[in-house]
Ligand binder design. Structure first.
Ligand code: F0G
Length: 482
């Protein structure tokens, strides 16, 4: 239940937690921010945290821990095999999902690797509402193909549709028939569809996907990394979920999907990853890859303290007073920007706020990487680090041609339970300044372009001297302010 303020104009999202451990931040002068982004090859992944004021690159592995999580870490049982920590993690997963077939992995993409190793053979397809970078890389590495079947409403940047991550169910049926069920390695639902703006999938749509998979004899997989935000949106936006307990939703999903995997860097406010199977036969199929790639079956490459924190964090993912904080701060920031005219993905989703860079710098062609350029500008303006989620985050086609992203987004992630509202307001203020000065923003070009996952370590430089101009304008507008 949202807390109402006496004066409606004072209404803001209210945290139901307080901060008891803090970390000092620095905000560099704009000239040093300019130097830092250029030294980082205009790639925010290559910035150093000491040069960052608000780190909004991700919500992964950087969420605020609760007192109970920190306490749980103290009693971690560090034994190679059969640790009590693992038993406690399994008990927490059973409590939340009602599932006992569980495998560990060191993080989400490691779970994806195991899934791909077990199910994907050359020439097979995987059908999903939308790809995620690491998911796709593992599937294509093994000769599989990714086919995206998100409902077309998902790619409309601004709408009021509550569930833009939904599958196009007709297209799913048709794709399974056309490829034939034997060629479909699995169907994957990404709940809280990352690359299109953290957009949720409705419970109804997920159930329908499971029904179709069941009917056609195809394995259904849920990527639950962003599920806690998605559950929040189900409760808020889907009438049938309003009076369901959060646990009922988690458990209903687990009873219908064959396999659920997630990054505990997101779901669980910790680090690590898990793969849950409704039937032991799937666990058995994947099990052999765990000791091979990850570690023994009772830790899977995770550090025991992280497993303890994840177990407690998963229980906290049932609590609406915890899981509302991310989406409500995101909604606040998105509204601030939208009211000012800054193009953001609407409705606000989970994970973070997504600037729609095709509208931010409409004249800039895809091959000058508008989303990365806006990201560099936001860092110069505010020491705020976002993440490019546009063409740079795509892979080139096998023939070497550029694959232009459907949406050119700059993502400003809002890690859960981390920022105060004043920091969110600061972020809004600096992005508004960038918006007002958008004419100054120019393009970028590659100086070093890796072949795989280039967005992680590729380097670019500005075309011309627009970044120097932007820093100069900042000085004019902000005087001697940091
Ligand atoms: N699936 C989804 C939907 C994700 O968002 C991520 C990670 C993964 C899988 C992989 O998990 O990082 O633990 O290996 N997303 C992070 C992000 C990296 O910043 O969006 P991981």
């Amino acid at each position: 239940m949202a807390v109402k303020f006496y004066r409606p104009e004072n209404q803001v999202p209210l945290e139901m937690h307080k901060v008891r451990v803090v970390q000092k931040l620095t905000l560099l002068p704009v000239e040093e921010r300019l130097r830092a982004i250029q030294e980082a090859g205009n790639n925010t992944f290559l910035l150093q945290n000491k040069d960052i004021y608000m780190d909004m690159i991700t919500d992964s592995g950087v969420n605020g821990m609760s007192d109970k999580q920190v306490a749980a870490m103290q009693v971690a049982d560090d034994s190679y095999a059969g640790s009590e920590t693992w038993n406690r993690a399994k008990a927490a997963i059973d409590e939340v999902f009602g599932v006992t077939n569980v495998l560990p992995a060191h993080q989400g993409r490691a779970a994806e690797n195991i899934l791909a190793e077990a199910f994907v053979k050359p020439g097979m397809v995987t059908l999903m509402n939308f790809h995620f970078t690491t998911t796709k890389a593992h599937i294509t590495r093994l000769g599989g193909e990714v086919v995206e079947l998100v409902d077309k409403k998902g790619l409309i940047p601004q709408s009021d549709d509550p569930f833009k991550g939904d599958f196009d169910l007709e297209a799913l049926r048709k794709a399974i028939d056309d490829y034939t069920p034997e060629k479909v390695a699995f169907v994957r639902v990404e709940s809280g569809t990352n690359l299109i703006g953290g957009q949720p999938v409705s419970l109804e749509n997920m159930m329908a996907v499971c029904d179709i998979c069941h009917e056609k004899g195809v394995v259904s997989v849920l990527d639950a990394s962003l599920l806690q935000d998605n559950v929040y949106f189900m409760k808020m936006r889907e009438p049938r979920c309003k009076y369901m307990e959060t646990k009922e939703i988690y458990r209903l999903l687990a009873s219908r999907f064959d396999i659920i995997y997630f990054s505990a860097r997101k779901l669980g406010f910790s680090r690590g990853g898990f793969i849950l199977s409704s039937d032991k036969k799937w666990t058995d199929m994947m099990m052999e890859f765990v000791p091979l790639f990850e570690g023994f079956l009772t830790y899977g490459g995770m550090e025991v303290r992280s497993i303890e924190a994840a177990a407690q964090g998963l229980l906290e993912s049932l609590d609406m007073e915890y899981i509302n904080q991310g989406p409500e701060f995101i909604a606040y920031l998105a509204k601030e920007l939208d009211d000012y005219g800054v193009p953001v993905i609407k409705p606000a989703g989970g994970l973070g706020v997504h600037l729609n860079c095709s509208e931010f710098v409409p004249e800039m062609p895809h091959n000058q990487y508008p989303a990365a350029a806006v990201g560099a500008a936001v860092y110069i303006a505010g020491g705020i680090r976002g993440m490019e989620r546009g063409t740079v985050s795509e892979q080139r086609e096998p023939d070497g041609s550029e694959r232009y992203a459907e949406l050119e987004l700059q993502r400003l992630a809002v890690p859960r339970r981390v920022f105060t509202l004043s920091q969110i307001k600061y972020c809004a203020d600096r992005v508004k300044w960038v918006w007002d000065n958008r004419k100054l923003i120019g393009g970028l070009q590659w100086t070093q372009e890796p072949k795989v996952l280039r967005f992680f370590f590729g380097r670019m430089k500005e075309i011309g001297y627009w970044q120097e101009e932007l820093a100069k304008k900042f000085r004019q507008d902000f005087g001697d302010s940091l």
